[in-house]
Every structure is written in structure tokens, then in C-alpha cells.
Design a protein around this ligand. Structure first.
Ligand code: NDP
Length: 284
């Protein structure tokens, strides 16, 4: 396909710090090319004190959209014109779309996770244990509640952060949520249906162990990890050894990026191309 065009290319970007190693550009560029779009995607290192200027630059240069990653997902909120309901509930944005002159913030992390999960389990009526209470856990917790989970047990090392998520879930999305402050091995309740590692344990360390004591009934569990690099985490290997059905973090990355692609381009992306790209990227 001839990718040379006389008109200006549309620009999208990711803002983060440190952002090197983020796989989104690789996935998006493969998807743009596959769908015949002469678009560009930039990976931009933006320090916290440069975020406001970066968003001004995005407006001035007419970027079509941006992904927002660590540490900017909360700070970006006040720089935007509007938020979707989910982003407002979470108080965090990972995807910005330009709609005419307005910048609209969405949070696709939780939706990406849910779309990845739905091939394996329906969250409605299920008892969920959510390990972690950071940005990924908040996004997933809200979407699980909106999908009708019966109960969510938040397990977090830092009690105060865990309690903030439990309060959000109980008050704003009306799911019965409780907190366990994590000390030593967390003993998994036998009645759990879905177990999710939404901590950063395992990121860049395939042997890092998530301290969980598996119950005898682990074979009935769906166990998911948000960590995508590497995707074959110690947590998922232990879950498989206990007979559980497992879901790696690559599915979440692909689906959250696909939502952004759809929002920016209006085109339904080929998920296979995006999955292949991210697998290729993490193997580099
Ligand atoms: P945050 O820093 O916001 O939260 C990190 C969480 O991990 C906190 O709950 C923290 O607990 C917990 N944690 C970290 N280290 C430990 C430890 N040694 N023991 C117990 N708990 C620990 O990070 P995010 O929520 O933004 O990201 C979490 C993970 O999700 C990362 O690996 C990230 O790469 C991944 N991610 C994956 C996505 C995907 O598409 N697959 C999308 C977004 C994120 P405490 O509060 O006590 O510090």
C-alpha cells in the first residue's frame, strides 16, 4: 500500500515517564498500517511538571488522541474538557480523544480487562478477589461492579489505599466490597470464582511470587494477571499448577488499545494483528 500522502497525517501519542518500553506505539502502528491509515503514533517522555504543557501542545497541534500512562493518569483529569462516566468514577484517565475542540478523557483499562475476561468468564454474580488497589485495580474493580459481580474482596498491602478502593466500590457502584490488609500469604477463600492480580508484582520479573496460599478448590477458579511483561508470570504458572483456568495481561493490553483505536479512528481494529504485534514486542 502507498503510505505517502499529500495531506497531513493524523497524530496520536502516549505521554508517560518513564515511557520507554511501552508497547502501544508498536501495536498502533501495525494496526494503522493494516487498516490503510496514514497515521502516526509517538511515544513521548513527559515529566510530571511538563504534563500541562504537553496537553496544551496536543491541543495546539491537533493530535487526534493520546494514551496517558504512569504517572499522569490522575493528574491529567483536570487538564481535560470532559470525562466519561467511568473515568469520572475512577478519577483517572488513560485515553484522551479529541472531539472537535474538546479533549475527552476515558478509562479503557477496566473495559479492556473485562473484554479480555469475557471469553472465559461472565463476572455477573461472581465472587471476586482483587489483589492490589492501584490504578489498574481501581479501573478493574469499577468495571467488575458495573458488570454485576456479587462481591469483591480487595487485598492490598497498604490499608489506606485498599480502603479508598473499597469505599469507592461500596458507595459509587454499589457492590459489596471488603478489605483484607495483605500480610504474609493471603489465604484464598474456597468460594472465590475469579482471582485477579492487579499489583505490579511480576512486572519485569518472571520469578516474582505473588504471596497467595491456594485453596483446595482452585481448579474452579478463573485466574487473571494484569502484568503483561512478561506474560508468563509466576502467579499464572502457580495458578495453572493448581488446575485453574488462566488469563494473561496481554489480552487486557490488546483490548484497551483496541478501544482507543476505535475511539480515535471510528474503525473496528483487527484484534489478531494487535495481539500478534504485542506478542512480538514483548519477545523483543
Ligand atoms: P500502581 O502503582 O497504581 O499500583 C500498584 C499496586 O501493586 C498497589 O496496590 C501496590 O500496593 C501493589 N504492590 C506493588 N508491589 C507490591 C508488593 N511487593 N507486595 C504487595 N503489593 C504490591 O500501579 P498500576 O495499578 O498502574 O499498575 C499495576 C500493574 O498493572 C503494573 O504491572 C502495570 O504494568 C499493569 N497494567 C497492565 C495493563 C494491561 O493492559 N495489561 C494496564 C495497566 C496496568 P500498595 O498500595 O501497598 O503500594
Amino acid at each position: 500500500m502507498n503510505m505517502i500522502s499529500a495531506s497531513l497525517q493524523e497524530i496520536c501519542a502516549v505521554f508517560g515517564s518513564p515511557v520507554a518500553g511501552n508497547p502501544t506505539q508498536y501495536m498502533m502502528e501495525k494496526a494503522f498500517a493494516h487498516h490503510g491509515l496514514d497515521w502516526r503514533y509517538l511515544t513521548l517522555e513527559v515529566a510530571p511538571d511538563g504534563l500541562a504543557n504537553a496537553v496544551r501542545g496536543m491541543r495546539a497541534m491537533g493530535f487526534r488522541g493520546a494514551n496517558i500512562t504512569k504517572p499522569h493518569k490522575v493528574a491529567v483529569v483536570e487538564l481535560l474538557d470532559r470525562l466519561t462516566d467511568a473515568a469520572a468514577l475512577m478519577g483517572a484517565v488513560n485515553c484522551v480523544t479529541r472531539e472537535e475542540d474538546a479533549l475527552v478523557g476515558e478509562n479503557t483499562d477496566g473495559k479492556g480487562f473485562m473484554q479480555s475476561l469475557c471469553g472465559m468468564a461472565d463476572a455477573a454474580g461472581k465472587r471476586v478477589v482483587l489483589l492490589g488497589a492501584g490504578g489498574a485495580a481501581r479501573a478493574i474493580g469499577v468495571e467488575l461492579a458495573l458488570a454485576g459481580a456479587a462481591a469483591i474482596e480487595v487485598v492490598n498491602r497498604t490499608g489506606q489505599r485498599g480502603q479508598q478502593l473499597v469505599d469507592l466500590l461500596n458507595a459509587k457502584v454499589q457492590v459489596p466490597a471488603t478489605l483484607t490488609v495483605w500480610q504474609g500469604d493471603y489465604r484464598l477463600p474456597a468460594e472465590t470464582d475469579i482471582l485477579i492480580n492487579a499489583t505490579s508484582i511480576g512486572l519485569n520479573d518472571p520469578d516474582a511470587r505473588v504471596p497467595v496460599r491456594w485453596s483446595g478448590s482452585a481448579a474452579r477458579l478463573v485466574v487473571a494477571d494484569v502484568v503483561a511483561s512478561p506474560p508468563d508470570t509466576c502467579f499464572l504458572r502457580e495458578a495453572k499448577d493448581h488446575g485453574a483456568t488462566t488469563l494473561d495481561g496481554l489480552g487486557m493490553i490488546v483490548h484497551q488499545a483496541a478501544i482507543a483505536f476505535r475511539l480515535w479512528t471510528g474503525i473496528e481494529p483487527d484484534l489478531g494483528i494487535m495481539r500478534e504485534a504485542v506478542e512480538e514486542f514483548v519477545a523483543l
